[in-house]
Design a protein around this ligand. Sequence first.
Ligand SMILES: [Zn+2]
Length: 134
Amino acid sequence: MEQRKFGKSADPRLINYFFQLIIKFLNNKRQIRCIHKVEKLLDPDTKGKPHKRFLYGYLDKKDHIYISADPRKNFDKEEMSSTLLHEVIHVVMNQVGEEDVQCLEKLIWERFSKRQKAILKSYIPKEFSSRRPS
Ligand SMILES: [Zn+2]
């Protein structure tokens, strides 16, 4: 059976549409209240427990997004932007489970153009936030 291969040059309309959707959500304060860049991000579910877990990103119940700048999680701004995309996918598709969101993040991120990645990157705050998810 012949396997169809989808290269990165596959029809970009779906990716461009998705990009517009992501930006629309990022610009709507009612959907995403605020983005916080934090030095490290402890999983609030493991707070006070013996096995603490640190996260790449987190979306809290008040629609705040946290992005970890810890290089053991997000190595650079590029990875932080991919994590931001991940958290926005959670907002856009709030019924979709973690594994599928991870899958979508990878599929979409690697198809974004350099320019689209740069635009997403510009949403990562310059300053660190002291707020933590509760
Ligand atoms: Zn997730």
